[in-house]
Design a protein around this ligand. Structure first.
Ligand code: OOG
Ligand code: MG
Length: 256
């Protein structure tokens, strides 16, 4: 990746997010590959940490076929979550702060004891303290929400904001719980946790493995978003969004 301007690309993506202004895709033009894209993502994270944000978790992307089909990229990806991205349950986001925000229903894990670097997870029960329904607000910084694999990785996998509902102990049948996304009381998407790699527990295995390749180790106390169970839906001002996950309850946000 000699010659790729990691800092410059991170600056462009960071400014696009800060000013809610779309930019053209840049991977093809700059020769950015997947490893280079994760380096850009790290530079973007550092930019946030430099202004006082805290790293609070990791998110998976494209762990369901519905999501892969929606964006036309078919590789599992991961990104970083900071404290500033977290919206309180039932809280309000302002659509004008984003470029073209979409919402999607997810399952969140509260991480506990993780394996040593390079080791696989032997017990999901040891690694995950609790589970919750969640909503992720994604906002690609690229025009028309269109990107290649390295583009979306560099853009921190479109991460913009997230809401987590009440935590519960890991329920029986986590691999096949019904999931709904409601907008203004109407069902907008229906799915199952089975859509997330066949079992959302697998998303954690993948997160440990894929982030580990880039020297990133998941931490106790982090929030882990396993990836959307359905396609994402555009967020309009005034909308009341609710995600419902069977056995786990609901979480919601409002859009101003
Ligand atoms: C990429 C992020 C995908 C998920 O849950 O699958 C993602 C995108 O769709 O813009 O967060
Ligand atoms: Mg997501």
């Amino acid at each position: 990746m000699i010659g790729v301007d990691t800092a410059g690309i991170a600056e462009q993506l960071g400014n696009a997010a800060d000013t809610a202004t779309a930019i053209p895709q840049l991977a093809a033009e700059t020769g950015l590959d997947v490893d280079g894209a994760y380096a850009v993502q790290t530079a973007l994270l550092e930019r946030r940490l430099d202004r006082g944000e805290r790293l609070v978790g990791l998110k998976m992307g494209l762990t369901s076929k519905a999501k892969m089909a929606q964006v036309g990229v078919d590789e599992v990806i991961w990104g970083r979550l900071t404290d500033v991205m977290r919206v309180p349950d039932g809280g309000t986001v302002t659509v004008a702060d984003y470029i073209h925000p979409r919402v999607e229903p997810e399952v969140a894990f509260l991480l506990d004891r993780l394996p040593e670097p390079g080791e696989a997870l032997d017990s999901f029960g040891d690694a995950v303290r609790a589970v919750a329904p969640a909503i992720e607000l994604i906002d690609s910084r690229y025009a028309n929400f269109t990107f290649s694999l390295p583009d979306v990785i560099a853009d921190n996998t479109s991460a913009a904001a997230f809401v987590v509902g009440p935590w519960s102990p890991v329920p029986d049948g986590l691999e096949n719980l019904g999931v709904l996304l409601e907008i203004d009381g109407r069902v907008a998407q229906v799915g199952s946790t089975a859509a997330i790699l066949g079992d959302p527990r697998r998303a954690l295995d993948e997160g440990i493995r894929l982030a580990g390749r880039h020297g990133v180790r998941l931490r106790e106390g982090w929030v882990f978003l396993a990836g959307a169970a359905t396609a994402a839906v555009p967020l309009r001002p005034g909308a009341h969004v609710r995600a419902v996950v069977e056995k786990l309850g609901t979480t919601s946000l409002r859009a101003a």
